[in-house]
Design a protein around this ligand. Sequence first.
Ligand code: ADQ
Length: 459
Amino acid sequence: MSRLVIVSNRVGPVRDSARAGGLAVAIVEALRESGGLWFGWSGEISEQGTHGPLKTETVGRIDLTTIDIDAEDYRLHYAGYTNRTLWPVFHYRLDLAEFEREWLDGYYAVNERFAARLYPLLRPDDIVWIHDYHFLPLAAQLRAMGAEQPIGFFLHIPFPVPEILTALPSHRRLVRAMLSCDLIGFQTDRDRRSFERYLLEEEEATATAGGRIRAHGRTITAAAFPVGIDAESFSRFAVSADAQRQVDRLAALLGDRLQIIGVDRLDYSKGLVERFRAYGELLENYPENRGRVSLLQIAPPSREELDAYIEIRQELERIAGNINGRYADFDWTPIRYITRGFQRRTLAGLYRASRVGLVTPLRDGMNLVAKEYVAAQDGEDPGVLVLSRFAGAAEALDGALIVNPYNVEGTAEVLQRAVQMSLTERRDRWSRLNQAVHRQDAASWRERFLTVLRNVRRE
Ligand code: ADQ
């Protein structure tokens, strides 16, 4: 079997499965099976940056190889183009996107240097799997250096419709670079259609059977591969001793009251402001929930150096303060808002003890929290998943209550339905959800992608 080479912004963890998310576990499994190389940024900023030594660690059949970047690369590539241009544009937030020529140049330059460090490590019969928007041009740069191996690319975030993407000054260059891949995977069929539409409308492409598209002299395959979680082990986490401790602690705190839970990276794409407002409306419009239904929001900060992230944090603290000031009692706090990370077993227990999982991104590639919430439930007395129509997860999760997160009042109405839902309906919905979460798990995601990539013939 060919050796697998994975490229992603961050690498690992390989040994510590309690810390690794299901995706990292799925990737490690694939690397273990065929032997492999995982290549990416070390997470370190140093003076030598990408020109410094390769850092290699070998764990069994897996080589983890990383390089540093320098402060300028960090500013231009990471804090600049990937997080202030690509992230907002791909999440439909043109209002937050900033377009700076030097960021664009820095983005291509960093990709070029990563390609130059990776290329000599490649063997002729490798297959290469590149992940996410940090590395959109990497395949083209590897090809320019002479790489002939099959190259697949998976986009973890949404692919925007052409009406949005074409606002990006460099869109043509970016998409043409993607065409150097043999296979491009998206989270949903909606994303795949947006990509195909872009090529048909902007590049005079022709689409052929089986998801193949001919554009700009190349034929590639584009398909949806919805990311899943490691559902089996997450369900086990939920009944672990650690999880049970959280369930007991919460049971003591809540008594016969109900809890809604939200778990997200603190990011403007996750719809947290709208979520807090919707919860406020629930208390306002349905007063029987006061003193009875609380919201636990866990949102560790990310990308803290960016203005948009500082603003959202302040806004959330303000709204939570208002709601708590208005509705709290001496023995009841409406919103408990926590900004730190938790072990996965702990998280599983918190999900299990919550009657409603509230997942309301304004735009999200997939959203694994929705799937984790489902996998953690007790089938005898499961909770209800309330899910945004704009999460990729909504495409496959039949059984969730679907909301439009922009419609705050409508979301409150659905929350009311969720907290009042009968046990029979909860069980029925959950069993459909749970089947889907187990069927489309992380292992099947990775196997499907790699099977297609191994069979795809380059022209
Ligand atoms: P993210 O935007 O990071 O991922 P998501 O899919 O929700 O979003 O995954 C977040 C992960 O972090 C979950 O596994 C969750 O449990 C974990 N997490 C969040 N807060 C935590 C906390 N306080 N403590 C511990 N763990 C926490 C991107 C895309 C998504 C896509 C994934 C995978 O934006 O749309 O689903 O990649 O492809």
